[in-house]
Design a protein around this ligand. Sequence first.
Ligand code: ZN
Length: 131
Amino acid sequence: MKISVKTSARTQMIDITAQVRDVVAASGVKNGLVHVYSMHTTGAVTINENADPAVEADILSCINKVIPFDDGFKHMEGNSAAHIKVSLFGPSETIPLEDGKLVLGTWQGIFFCEFDGPRQRRVNVKILPDP
Ligand code: ZN
């Protein structure tokens, strides 16, 4: 099942926890693993705090300083910073599913990380039921 994510900025973290929960609920699966996977080379998936939006702002501010948009990169498309950020963050997360609920801590949310937006993005959600 694929989730659609419309991003609106060059770099942005979008909370997709509710959409992932909807996919899980529709599947009827109660126990297993949920794999959330970005189908892009310039957009990642991560889990972090979704209570205070300042956390997202700080993560983006920091990663944009560590990996500047322009740094003499060779890639002709001009978006090497985004490719590098995705390789650091990784394209996916795997979340345990127990009794129909994602096993997330109180402050944890699942985010799509846009590093070369704005764009329309797709995130694949694969549910692996317990045997
Ligand atoms: Zn590129």
